[in-house]
Ligand binder design. Structure first.
Ligand SMILES: [Fe+2]
Length: 412
């Protein structure tokens, strides 16, 4: 698990107000960051790595990330999914340099050690030497030199991996509420890959999770949402904090237009007209009528927004930067009109759309504000100082619940 509670961190003291404050050093301290990687990503957590539909055939693979470590997700013999670390068992070089593809086996470019789809070592060039000189010792056994395997769980078409072979099961780790909400999207209905986008956001990775635990900002920052009736401050909603770090944000998209907005919602820009109304007109789906965003700590946000469905994979790149890898999907049995809506709404919400662009911008500004400000803290008191289920969106309760969990886990 790397460094235990480092001496470096022992002088870090959480503000006396507790979970209603977030000290800015959690976003900037490299020792805190290293401990997060060891504890959360490389520890007993389950991390999202791919969708089943991305690796359809035997030998299909996808390169993925858990924290800053690279893994490869491969469909092996018999259709079984393997995940192994992208690090040659010989000298540590990366075996796989492409994000996606199909191979019969994997060969390290350095000394051409060759590994089967499941990560076992199959071939070592010049293993017996040349002209009876050199080669591996006689007792060198390939079986002892496979790639580092991860534990794998497939949940209704989503693939998860854990570095800890003896940790909790995926079900235990996720908890019943998160599982139930995940299974709305991953019910076993066959998934269809619609596309990818990637963006680099110059902020600490946790700020992104906080953004998806923060319904308060949605109508204030994203005036587009209220202008076109996709979200309002009085939208019926629920926030379900989990002490595990996961959370669930539920709203009921009533599709009211700006004209119905109550008088306090003055940010609606009535004069704006959109020529293409399909972009802001979701078709009802899911019998419960809910719109749900599930944050599965520490690796992914599973979103359903209008008709777009997606995995937002959070890949930390140092204490003050992360990559957000979006995978958009639908279902194989979607009719053509729905398939088209999913892509249109992906454009609306994705990195170049009207929503994520604004989030990326404010997160980088929050990061700037945190730098060189160890003595200051963020205030998260909206919706009261307590932690519990709430039935409105004017709240920061999910952020408080997250930091309650975080402090316990980090020993802070
Ligand atoms: Fe946002």
């Amino acid at each position: 698990m790397g460094k235990s509670l480092g001496a470096e961190m022992s002088d870090r003291i959480w503000p006396k107000e507790g979970w209603t404050r977030v000290p800015f050093w959690v976003y900037t301290d490299p020792d805190v960051y290293q401990r997060e990687l060891d504890l959360f990503f490389y520890g007993p957590s389950w991390n999202y790595v791919a969708l089943d539909c991305e690796i359809p055939q035997i030998g299909s693979y996808k390169r993925s990330w858990i924290g800053e470590r690279q893994v490869v997700v491969v469909r092996g013999e018999g259709g079984r999914v393997h995940v192994w670390e992208n690090r040659c068992a010989h000298r540590g070089a990366r075996l796989c340099w492409k994000n996606k593809g199909r191979e019969e086996s994997f060969t390290c470019p350095y000394h051409q050690w060759n590994f089967a789809l499941d990560g076992t070592l199959q071939g070592v060039p010049l293993k017996r030497g040349v002209l009876k000189k050199g080669g591996m010792p006689a007792d060198f056994d390939n079986v002892d030199h496979g790639l580092t395997p991860l534990r794998v769980h497939v949940e209704g078409g989503s693939i998860w991996a854990s570095f800890r072979l003896d940790g909790p099961s995926f079900e235990e780790y996720s908890g019943s509420q998160v599982l139930a909400n995940m299974r709305r999207l991953f019910s076993g209905r066959k998934l269809k890959l619609l596309g990818y986008s990637r963006q680099r956001i110059p902020s600490n990775w946790k700020l992104y999770f906080e953004n998806l635990k923060d319904p308060y900002h949605a109508t204030l920052l994203h005036s587009f949402l209220i202008t076109f009736g996709l979200w309002r401050a009085d939208t019926q909603s629920e926030t379900l904090p989990e002490i595990s770090g996961h959370s669930i944000m539920v709203s009921r998209n009533v599709g009211r237009k700006a004209g119905d907005a109550n008088p306090e919602l003055t940010r609606a820009k009535d004069s704006l007209l959109l020529h293409d109304v399909d972009t802001v007109t979701p078709r009802p789906e899911f019998e419960d009528g809910k719109v749900v965003a599930v944050t599965h700590f520490p690796s992914v946000i599973m979103h359903q927004q209008a008709n777009t469905l997606g995995m937002r994979h959070v890949i930390p790149k140092g204490v003050d930067s992360f990559e957000l890898a979006w995978t958009f999907f639908g279902y194989e049995d979607d009719d053509p009109a729905m398939a088209r809506l999913r892509v249109r709404h992906a454009n609306l919400y994705g990195p170049a759309g009207y929503v994520a662009m604004e989030d990326g911008e404010v997160l980088s500004e929050s990061q700037n504000g945190a730098h060189h400000n160890d003595g200051h803290s963020a205030v998260v008191e909206m919706g009261g100082r307590e932690i519990g289920k709430q039935d409105h969106m004017v709240t920061e309760v999910l952020i408080r619940a997250f930091y309650h969990h975080y402090r316990q886990a980090m020993g802070l």
